[in-house]
Design a protein around this ligand. Structure first.
Ligand code: ADP
Ligand code: MG
Ligand code: MG
Ligand code: MG
Length: 416
């Protein structure tokens, strides 16, 4: 097969280009009757919904640049290859958690996948004050299963090493995380922006040696501790929900990194949604119960994560680490449990650190969150954001001192 020069899809060319592909046409029916709309609300890629007489399909295409910024910021098409490979592995490790893939074209950076409907992006739903049954369970389990099963705790080590090498190729996307998440918030980086009223807090954070050192320790962990295959961008904009169903999308930042990264980033986005609620409340105080629900989700995500991780530790430790031959097979299950508790404690500390840093970068860096951005009044927005910044600092710097998620949620409530 010859390599075709990359061409961005457009509504005019979608039917002509994708119509001949059996895997897509079989889902949709006759290309003559296809209609399409662009739905991409993300920062990086083109996303279309194609509706046909027999069904609908999502078509996601990487562009050779960052969609949010434009052609001045080139970004490799190869991220679609990493997204495809991550989706396949996530589906194996936690079946049903991610959209089914129908077709992948590496040269054109196109993934055709299951159209999740009537799902909406969780972030939007959190702004609207909606609750979702099973949300914490699915997310906690997804983290435990993908993180455990992508690591040397579970995988044949040759396969893990091959995957480590494969995902090391996603260097440009890692570079974005390394700069935007771990460094830019703490100096006057060119693409940063923040609400003007935050200026005194921003100055204090940038003068805070302990915080900057913590951020760099965490950056080192992200860049060097290749424990498992991460989703890499697991925020509430990468989760789609109905009242009762939760799915995960958009793992193009997949890379080998520390287990605490995904779960910490995820929890940070819930904590920011918690702080943003007054900016979206129908009347003052109207979201108080909903805020409690968000914090209960945070507690449950961690609870489910640890329960599932523990289950997998006890039943699926098939990799090269902490082998049963050293512990259970010698009648020493206690030592295996002690090792598990120590591993979970390390993940916990990382999780809180990454959580804190994520709360900073979404407020001070390039990529913000809609929950904050859509609060029109600067002063009202700054009041929400400031609380998130303070909690973020406490978590990043004080991460070794917390012993339970209820301590984190208590602190979240106390900061004002
Ligand atoms: P980006 O990498 O640019 O952030 P995403 O994969 O997050 O792109 O997709 C952008 C948007 O497209 C999502 O926020 C969601 O609204 C929609 N979308 C993406 N994948 C699906 C899907 N499988 N089903 C339904 N909608 C989707
Ligand atoms: Mg996205
Ligand atoms: Mg997005
Ligand atoms: Mg993305």
């Amino acid at each position: 097969m010859t390599t075709q020069e990359f061409q961005a899809l457009s509504p005019d060319t979608l039917a002509e280009r994708l119509g001949p592909i059996d895997a897509i046409r079989d889902r949709l029916g006759d290309p003559k009757d296809w209609t399409m709309r662009e739905v991409g609300d993300g920062n990086l890629n083109l996303v279309y919904i194609i509706d046909g007489p027999e069904g609908s399909v999502i078509v996601k295409q990487a562009l050779p640049y960052v969609r949010l910024v434009g052609e001045s910021w080139p970004l490799p098409l190869r991220r679609a290859f990493f997204e495809y490979n991550a989706l396949k592995r996530q589906d194996e490790r936690d079946p049903g958690a991610v959209p089914e893939i129908y077709y992948f074209d590496e040269d054109q950076a196109i993934i055709a996948m299951e159209f999740l409907s009537p799902h909406v992006i969780l972030r939007k739903s959190l702004m609207e004050g909606k609750r979702h049954d099973g949300l914490a369970d699915v997310l906690g389990r997804f983290c435990a299963r993908t993180l455990f099963r992508g690591s040397d705790l579970s995988m044949p080590t040759a396969q893990r090493k091959a995957d480590l090498a494969l995902f090391a190729g996603n260097a440009e996307l890692c570079d974005i995380t390394e700069n935007l998440v771990f460094s830019d918030p703490y100096f006057e980086a060119e693409m940063n922006r923040h609400t003007p009223q935050l200026e005194p807090i921003v100055a204090a954070l940038r003068a805070d040696s302990d915080l900057k050192i913590a951020a760099q320790h965490l950056k080192m962990a992200f860049a060097n501790n290749a424990e498992t295959m991460l989703h890499g961008d697991l925020h509430t904009g990468s989760v789609m929900v109905t009242d009762t169903e939760t799915r995960v999308i958009d793992p193009e930042f997949a890379t080998y990194g520390p287990m605490g990264f995904d779960i910490g980033m995820l929890i940070a986005n819930f904590l920011m949604a918690y702080y943003a609620q007054p900016g979206h409340a129908e009347a003052e105080g109207a979201r108080a119960n909903y805020q409690n629900w968000i914090l209960s989700v945070v507690e449950e995500i961690w609870g489910t994560f640890t329960a599932e991780f523990t289950h997998l530790w006890r039943t699926e430790r098939t990799g090269i680490l902490y082998q049963a031959s050293l512990f259970e097979d010698q009648g020493d299950a206690l030592a295996s449990e002690q090792a598990r508790i120590e591993r979970l404690a390390a993940i916990w500390r990382d999780c809180l650190g990454f959580c804190g840093i994520e709360m900073h970068r979404r407020t001070l860096g390039l990529a913000h969150i809609a929950e904050y951005d859509e609060i029109a009044d600067d002063a009202a927005r700054a009041a929400c954001e400031a609380r998130g910044l303070m909690l973020g600092r406490a978590l990043a710097v004080g991460r070794v001192n917390f012993t339970a998620m209820t301590e984190v949620t208590d602190l979240a409530r106390r900061i004002n």
